[in-house]
Design a protein. Sequence first.
Length: 71
Amino acid sequence: MQTVQAFISRHRTLLAQERDSEIARTSLILSNASPKLLEQRGLALGGLGVVSAGVGLGGKTYVIVSYHGNL
């Protein structure tokens, strides 16, 4: 059975790894990385086009997009 101290220690380690990953991802987004590189890393969607837009319930705007890139 896992002790409370071991549980806390393990989660601190995992949170530090997650934080480092988030920092690396944010740094890549804020850099001058090409849209293609951001797409490859799963941080952007290129080739999207607006199909339609309108106003829905409660006055909220909705936008329908479609992928028009090369697959």
